[in-house]
Ligand binder design. Structure first.
Ligand SMILES: *Cc1c(COP(=O)(O)O)cnc(C)c1O
Length: 376
């Protein structure tokens, strides 16, 4: 039996261990330390703009962004419906209410037209949303020009969930640097990993400095422990940051490898009836974190994304339906939602294919051979 082919597994570059070893040798086995500073600098250089605070997770980064955008109990926050639950959960941590907005077809991300409708209607109901959370799904940049224009018109801060989009660009600007805050994740399945971690990006130096303060238990300057704010234990550890510094050396390669996976799927599957892919709109560069495919059962002779998922599973190849929209999730059943059917159709017909940067040509070939055989 061949070994399991994963959807997206960690891929070390080789130098991670030496950064971790240095942390051991200097006994910096703690949150903060030279690796954390170094990792933040590496990220700032890569993104080309903004300050970066390295944190324990992308979820923590979203939470701190909401806190610093002034979101509190009873407030409403607009969030892309088609996303991972971690985009929306921190809204609930603040006792606030998510208002979900559906996607457009070109990028599968927040529909700017529906966003404006939602804002107008919420304002008419007497509650202006406190923040907007668009997401770059699977690395594909959202329509940020349009989203930022709507946000600017209504003067609502944008928290850009770029957890899946490190290494993606939109009109030559790095994803993560568009919002008032940007969120990155280094969870084990992301394009680079620190085994678990995240970062908050921001143009406002003072806000990022404040995030570091809040993330390390909000200790005011004093010889004893003095507190004027509620603090969080959200800082990244110096060990994890060491892994991150090594991973930053190979980020460019990881983007190339993931994009090459996508090219393989496009090349080998796009002639099959009912199979389609999502292309990069002009001006967008996707890191292709996950390669995704859409199956139209009306044209595929009844083959569905589930037929493919189960056929791959038989050969211990992992694939997964696209994110189930948040407005369909039981936990958010009572949240207001502005929908147009796009995310529901994507969830119904879409599948994430094995996408790791460490996949071999043989593994990719085996995967697409199995899929092609279903059409025979
Ligand atoms: C992974 C992910 C997050 C959460 O990041 P963690 O580091 O796992 O907390 C948030 N949003 C999206 C869209 C993600 O894919």
């Amino acid at each position: 039996m061949s070994e399991k082919i994963w959807l997206s597994s960690p891929h070390m570059g080789g130098t991670e261990q030496s950064f971790v070893t240095t942390a051991f040798e200097t006994n910096w086995i703690a949150p903060l330390g030279t690796n954390v500073d170094g990792f933040e600098q590496d990220l700032e250089q890569f993104l080309k703009e903004g300050d970066v605070a390295a944190l324990s997770s992308g979820t923590a980064a979203l939470h701190l962004a909401l806190i610093q955008s002034g979101v509190s109990a009873g407030d409403e926050v607009i969030c892309q419906s088609m996303t991972f639950s971690a985009s929306a959960n921190p809204i609930a941590y603040q006792g606030a209410i998510p208002v979900f907005v559906d996607s457009e077809r070109d990028t599968w991300n927040m529909d700017p037209v529906l966003l404006e409708q939602a804002i107008k209607e919420r304002i008419a109901k007497g509650k202006k949303p406190k923040a907007i959370i668009p997401v770059h799904l699977y690395g594909m940049p959202a329509k940020m020009n349009e989203i930022l224009a709507v946000a600017a018109e209504y003067e609502i801060p944008v928290i850009e969930d770029a957890a899946e989009a490190l290494g993606s660009w939109y009109h030559d600007k790095a994803c993560g640097t568009f919002g008032d805050f940007g969120v990155l994740s280094f969870n084990g399945n992301k394009i680079i990993t620190t085994s678990g971690g995240g970062a908050l990006v921001g143009k406002d130096k003072a806000a990022i400095a404040k995030s570091r303060f809040l993330a390390s238990q909000a200790r005011d300057p004093a010889p004893h422990y003095e507190h004027t704010h509620i603090g969080y234990n959200y800082r990244m550890s110096n060990i994890c940051a060491g892994i991150g510094r090594g991973q930053m050396e190979v980020l460019g390669k990881r983007v190339e490898q993931r994009r090459s996976n996508y090219q393989h799927y496009l090349r080998t599957l796009s002639d099959l009836p009912g199979v389609s892919f999502v292309a990069e709109p002009a001006g967008s560069f996707s890191n292709r974190w996950l390669s995704t495919v859409l199956i139209d059962p009306a044209q595929s002779n009844g083959i569905t994304r589930e037929t493919i998922r189960l056929a791959l599973e038989k050969h211990i190849i992992e694939s997964r339906p696209l994110w189930k929209p948040m407005h369909l999730q039981p936990v958010f059943a009572s949240a207001p939602a502005y929908v147009n059917g796009v995310s529901e159709a994507l969830f119904e017909n879409g599948l994430c294919l094995p996408s790791g940067s460490n996949l071999t040509q043989a593994q990719l070939q085996q995967t697409t051979d199995i899929i092609r055989s279903l059409w025979k």
